[in-house]
Design a protein around this ligand. Structure first.
Ligand SMILES: Nc1ncnc2c1ncn2[C@@H]1O[C@H](COP(=O)(O)OP(=O)(O)OP(=O)(O)O)[C@@H](O)[C@H]1O
Ligand SMILES: [Mg+2]
Length: 572
């Protein structure tokens, strides 16, 4: 999780998880208020010390890269490096940002950052992600790598949530701000966490967090207050996440707190840092909007309850002694270079050449928003090659879509989705520059054509709805339903809908077909007016209008969708 706002920041709309998949969440980042970003920078920049535009600054776990970009602008520097492990994130950052250098690297290794090359390395609210995925030793590895990569005299700045010291606390939360049971908050089999009271949400937290029953708690009444007695760490974990109901299912998988202030200090010491400072960095926005008046924490000393507060965040600063040296290295930081990746794809008359690999090129079969698709003219003519479209500014998302196609086939398999097989792909990726895929069989028709010509059959929509239902019920993944990416294929006299793309998104409860999907299947205008073989994406107003009319909508296709789509998945 990432806190989205802070002191001085206007309260942004409750947005989604900041770390989500490419292609659909750009708007969320747009909504990130400048003020919130400024505040985040204000938490860490004062500890940079003497820096100039020449200073090498590394943002570890940069995600969307917004903070790094902001800092590079503040410092008029082109020496800010944003390091992330997710190519999707890097592609997203590349598409939106201009000043920073992007580096693909693992936060626990920092292999691409040579010894003694950086003046400042910061970890901005990323430690808990490292901890979630790599365990507590991942944190040590990350600090060690950071120490190694810093110049003598350089600084590490780490900002994240704070784990309160050991011991029990008494937590007071609202019981009347929503439904008191999961049943009441469930409609059409779909539990809407935002309808639960804080107390009922706490029960969910207890049942789910870290696999469930990770801690014991007691309901007690003290000095006229109804309280929950529990270890301070879990009180903190709960109050920090209780407002993320829209993304509850993902947030519950993450552990936000891992170091107390003392533990943070020892971890820094263990990695060789000195002059360690620990600064309380309470998030004022969270404090004022979500905690004060809504939750209270107390200790009890025998005579009475005493209010207590734990800071939400802390900042840890450590220095690599000016006299400390690591073996210096004669190499440069290695940023990822999308332009040279593109340049290495050579489309010639007869062939496509990528590094040493050459593919005999047949006719151009399609040009989507991201990719170009050519027949592989190998005599068999049953394969296509998909490459990044160089002429589009969206080429970053093409890298993402190729990556998803290559790496997420197992998800399609798990859901029993019929798709075009992938035979080969860029072995130097990710980022993947190409993939070779089974060609759509002759005579197959694209769903978009079928929609426009009114030729979809009930069984086609039934199959699509079944796929969507399965994905939605999994609450883990969602599928691209863009009608240009589905073909009706004839197989032994039967027809089935086959997916030609590979994009599979992480589940997003707020998706509800507003970006790709339903509207395009029931209103031909969304595919008729398309360019680049991808359907128009309805804007929010169009989708809301559609949702309003949905129940009364009485067209053939709409009625079939209504018949087969789970009620909880239908627009509301
Ligand atoms: N396996 C295939 N066989 C034949 N033609 C294909 C195949 N895959 C794609 N095409 C054609 O190429 C077009 C573009 O391909 P694709 O949909 O993969 O790229 P895109 O639209 O740029 O990316 P995305 O759909 O992931 O946003 C398709 O709409 C289709 O007409
Ligand atoms: Mg497409």
């Amino acid at each position: 999780m990432e806190s989205k706002e802070r002191e001085g920041g206007l309260p942004p709309k409750e947005t989604n998880h900041l770390i989500s998949e490419t292609g659909r969440d750009l708007t969320i980042y747009g909504e990130l208020m400048d003020a919130a970003l400024k505040a985040k920078a204000a938490s860490i920049m004062p500890y940079f010390g003497e820096v100039s535009d020449k200073s090498i600054i590394i943002d570890v776990g940069s995600g969307t890269g917004q903070l790094a970009e902001y800092i590079s602008r503040e410092l008029h520097s082109s020496n800010v490096y944003a390091v992330d492990f997710s190519h999707d994130m890097l592609a997203l950052a590349a598409a939106n940002l201009s000043k920073i250098n992007l580096v693909h690297d693992d936060a626990t290794k920092l292999d691409k950052i040579p010894n003694e090359s950086a003046d400042i390395i910061y970890h901005g609210t990323v430690g808990h992600e490292i901890q979630t995925f790599r365990g507590i030793s991942g944190l040590d590895d990350s600090l060690h790598s950071s120490f190694r990569s810093l110049k003598p005299g350089g600084r590490e700045i780490w900002r994240d949530f704070v784990k309160p010291p050991e011991g029990d606390v008494y937590l007071e939360i609202l019981t009347n701000d929503g439904f008191d049971t999961v049943d009441k908050a469930t409609q059409n089999g779909f539990l809407n966490y935002s309808l639960l009271s804080t107390k009922a949400l706490f029960d969910c937290f207890h049942c789910q967090f870290k696999g469930g029953n990770a801690f014991n708690y007691e309901d007690v009444t003290q000095d006229g207050h109804n309280l929950i007695k529990l270890p301070a760490k879990y009180a903190q974990e709960f109050i920090l996440r209780k407002d993320y109901t829209a993304n509850w299912r993902q947030e519950i998988e993450e552990e936000y707190t891992y170091w107390t202030q003392d533990e943070a200090k020892s971890a820094f010491e263990k990695s060789g840092f000195t002059n360690i400072q620990i600064i309380d960095d309470d998030n004022e926005y969270i404090r004022n909007h979500r905690l004060t008046g809504k939750v209270a924490l107390y200790t009890y000393d025998g005579s009475g309850l005493k209010p207590i507060e734990f800071s939400t965040h802390m900042v840890i600063v450590g220095q690599k002694e000016p006299s400390a040296t690591t073996k210096t290295e004669e190499r440069e930081i290695e940023p990822i270079n999308f332009t040279s990746l593109l340049d290495s794809i050579k489309v010639k008359n007869e062939s496509i050449k990528i590094d040493q690999q050459e593919f005999p090129k047949g006719e151009l079969l399609g040009r989507g928003q991201h990719k170009e698709v050519y027949l592989v003219d190998d005599g068999e003519n049953n394969k296509v090659i998909k490459i990044v479209r160089k002429d589009m500014t969206t080429f970053y998302s093409a890298f993402s879509s190729l990556q998803q196609s290559v790496e997420r086939q197992h998800i399609l398999d798990n859901f029993g989705i019929k798709y075009m097989k992938i035979y080969d792909y860029d072995k130097n990726g990710p980022p993947y520059r190409f993939l070779v895929q089974e060609k759509i069989p002759k005579g197959s028709l694209c769903a978009s054509e079928l929609i426009v010509n009114g030729e979809l059959k009930e069984e086609n929509i039934a199959q699509m709805a079944q796929i969507v239902n399965a994905f939605e019920n999994s609450k883990q993944w969602q599928i691209d339903t863009n009608p240009f990416n589905w073909y009706r294929v004839n197989k032994n006299g039967k027809t089935e809908m086959v997916y030609i793309g590979g994009t599979v998104y992480r589940y997003n409860e707020n998706w509800s077909f507003d970006k790709v999907g339903l509207l395009q299947w029931v209103d031909p205008r969304y595919v008729e007016t398309s360019q680049n073989q991808s359907a128009k994406i309805p804007n929010q107003a169009e989708f809301q209008d559609f949702a309003r009319r949905w129940q009364k909508l009485d067209t053939k296709y709409a009625n079939w969708w209504k018949k087969y789509l789970n009620p909880n998945v239908q627009p509301k």
